[in-house]
Structure formats: structure tokens, C-alpha cells
Ligand binder design. Structure first.
Ligand SMILES: Nc1ncnc2c1ncn2[C@@H]1O[C@H](COP(=O)(O)OP(=O)(O)O)[C@@H](O)[C@H]1O
Ligand SMILES: [Mg+2]
Length: 222
């Protein structure tokens, strides 16, 4: 039987149809996001994403610079010859959705004061994106990470800008934007032929409302 080739070297935190999120076992402060799983050698490939997707996401993080509601990004890092990964500050707690689902249920549900704080942070993050002319296009509490602030209270930071749209003429990458909201965050078409008939900001605001609902309505997670 072949052992796990990553054992003792890399810890995989998550994988999606688009990417692997992992970190070197000894590095607990950052994670790498990549469409390939590499530690010098390749261990897996996500076909739906490409190097361009990551370059686009890196460009969005550069435009956003440092902000308390945005996960810190340390740029692209070569993890194997000609393979770059996005280096990000690591959330020790995980996504906001993970937290809400984990704590939903009798006697465990976070108090409304905590839920409102998370909803406020999420909204502040989206307001900052929009103030920079960026449409997230994948707004969701699954794409928001939790951190413990200096006061010991939870802090929300947004992440996953692979589908985000830069303002026109901003000199960013020429990435073709796509509709990436998860199903329950999508503004109903209501007779319109397709997504392009809906103002992007309307889609964003609908998704924001869905996130606030998921955070503040106790039954939403179940
Ligand atoms: N900075 C991070 N710290 C800890 N976990 C993370 C971080 N970034 C992503 N993850 C985990 O990986 C999952 C997928 O990351 P994401 O950037 O949303 O990838 P994708 O673009 O493939 O959806 C997240 O839902 C979360 O569970
Ligand atoms: Mg995601």
C-alpha cells in the first residue's frame, strides 16, 4: 500500500471544484490557494481553474490593499516550476458558514449580538469592495473567514475574489467575468432572459441580503 505522499509536509484545509487550499505543516500562519496541489511535485489538478484565474484574484487583492475586512494576501508564490499559488493569511477558525453551522442547535447558537456583529463586518467588507468599484460576484458567508480580534471578539474578513469584476478601464487583467453566486444567493430571474439583464449591483445587494439572513436567522443554517 502506498502511503500519503503529503503526510508530514502539507495539510489540505479544503478543496473545491476550482482549487486546493493547503499549507506547509510547519507554517500555521498562511495558506496557499492553487489550482494544482504542489510541494515541488504535482499531486493533483483542478481542471476548472487556471493560472489566469489566480492571477486575476491576485490583481483584485492588490487593488484592495490592506483592509481590516479583507483577508491579507501576500501575493503569488512559486510552488513548483511555473506553478504559482496565492499566499493568504490563514484563518484559524475557518469560514463564517462553517462557524454558524457548527454552532447551530440547542444551547449552542451564537447570541444575536455576535450574529449582528458578523453581519455588520460582512456588510462593511462588501461596502469596501463596492467603494473600490469591485463587484464580488461570489458573495457568500462561505467566502468569508473568521479571525479572533485583539479584543478576543470574532472578526470577519472576506476572501475568494476569483470571480470578482474590476472596474472598467482600471488596467486589471482582461478576465471574462462569470456569474458565480451559489444557488440560494442568486437573484431570481423573474421573466428576464438571463443574468446579463440584471444590474450587477442588484445581484450583489440581493446576495448581501441573503448573507445577512443566513447570519441572523437562527433556522437558516439548518
Ligand atoms: N485564508 C484562509 N484560511 C483558512 N481557510 C481558508 C482560507 N481561504 C480559504 N479557506 C478554506 O478553503 C475554502 C475554499 O476557499 P476559496 O478561496 O473560497 O476557494 P474557491 O475559489 O475554490 O471557492 C473556504 O471555504 C475555506 O473553507
Ligand atoms: Mg469559494
Amino acid at each position: 500500500m502506498t502511503g500519503n505522499p503529503l503526510a508530514g509536509k502539507l495539510d489540505v484545509i479544503a478543496y473545491t471544484p476550482y482549487s486546493y487550499i493547503y499549507h506547509a505543516v510547519r507554517d500555521t500562519s498562511t495558506v496557499l490557494k492553487c489550482h494544482e496541489m504542489c510541494d515541488g511535485k504535482q499531486h493533483g489538478v483542478r481542471e476548472l481553474a487556471t493560472a489566469r484565474t489566480l492571477e486575476h484574484e491576485a490583481a483584485i487583492y492588490r487593488k484592495l490593499r490592506n483592509h481590516p475586512r479583507i483577508t491579507s494576501c501576500f501575493g503569488l508564490e512559486e510552488v513548483a516550476p511555473h506553478v504559482n499559488a496565492l499566499s493568504l493569511e490563514r484563518s484559524p477558525i475557518g469560514s463564517v458558514r462553517h462557524y454558524i453551522v457548527k454552532h447551530s442547535g440547542v444551547n449552542q447558537t451564537p447570541p444575536m449580538s455576535v450574529r449582528l456583529r458578523l453581519a455588520m463586518h460582512f456588510t462593511e467588507g462588501m461596502a469596501y469592495l463596492h467603494a473600490n468599484g469591485i463587484m464580488w460576484s461570489d458573495a457568500s458567508v462561505r467566502n468569508a473567514m473568521l479571525f479572533s480580534g485583539e479584543d478576543g471578539l470574532l472578526e470577519v474578513k472576506l476572501c475568494d475574489f476569483g470571480a470578482a469584476i474590476l472596474p472598467e478601464g482600471s488596467g486589471g487583467s482582461e478576465f471574462e467575468p462569470c456569474q458565480s453566486y451559489e444557488m440560494q444567493y442568486q437573484l431570481p430571474l423573474r421573466g428576464r432572459a438571463d443574468w446579463d439583464d440584471i444590474q450587477r449591483l442588484n445581484q450583489e445587494l440581493f446576495a448581501l441580503g441573503c448573507a445577512i439572513y443566513e447570519l441572523t436567522e437562527e433556522d437558516a443554517a439548518s
